[in-house]
Write a protein that binds this ligand. Sequence first.
Ligand code: ADP
Ligand code: MG
Length: 257
Amino acid sequence: MTLLTAEHLTKTYRLPGGGTHTAADDVSFTIPEGGALGVVGESGSGKTTVARMLVGLVPPDRGTVTVAGRRREPRAPRGRAARLARAKEIQMVFQDPYVSLDPRLTATQCLRTALRLHGRDEALSRDLLDRVGLGAREADARPRDLSGGQRQRLAIARALAVDPRILVLDEAVAALDVSIQAQILHLLAEIRRDTGVALLFVSHDLAVVQHVTDSVLVMRRGHPVEHGPTSQVLTAPEHAYTQKLLAAVPRRSPSGV
Ligand code: ADP
Ligand code: MG
């Protein structure tokens, strides 16, 4: 069953000096229930713009996003209940975990706050910490006292506290060392398997999407250029641009394979 449908998403930015730039041009894709789609392309190809249109941080000029048969309004709706319901559909994890973490709160406080906001049992904070591999010591730590990898684990737990249908991860491992990247990718695959949450995984690095996604959408200068099963796109890329991206992948992939 299809969980998310993005159709004809298009965004043109006005540039400060006059003129315009089309960051995403007619981008369409679907994600099945529990599926995982990778969106890859060089820096500037429009990946973040697409991710932000999905969650509602950027209103598209054209196009629609439908989750579980319900069309999402391009902007956050008025009213607490509607906003919370919408947040439950899609949660985002950013490259910089501080975007979603309050520096004043310990990991446990952060998760309890999110759980409470969404009417869930605050005691679930323990399960969430467990799920992302954070222990008793990290539970009482504030974001600045955690390592980069631990901080991203907490940001993932914070997103899961909402119990979303889809996690959108924008370069979520890009700032981490290769060995830590592999751990977080492994964690995401595990979370997907155990919870059935769907993933949209944005990365400039093809190697990173390899083991967490079933299909890949390749973007270039705002245009989708190739879309297919991950194994096929990575082993037999059709588009010259995808071939170029693949050639740039270092032999040692983050998964260690
Ligand atoms: P990616 O995530 O693939 O690096 P982005 O979606 O961030 O790509 O950006 C795509 C293009 O749109 C880039 O050329 C970028 O400079 C431009 N862009 C992104 N956000 C804005 C904005 N708010 N105003 C103007 N141009 C933007
Ligand atoms: Mg980006």
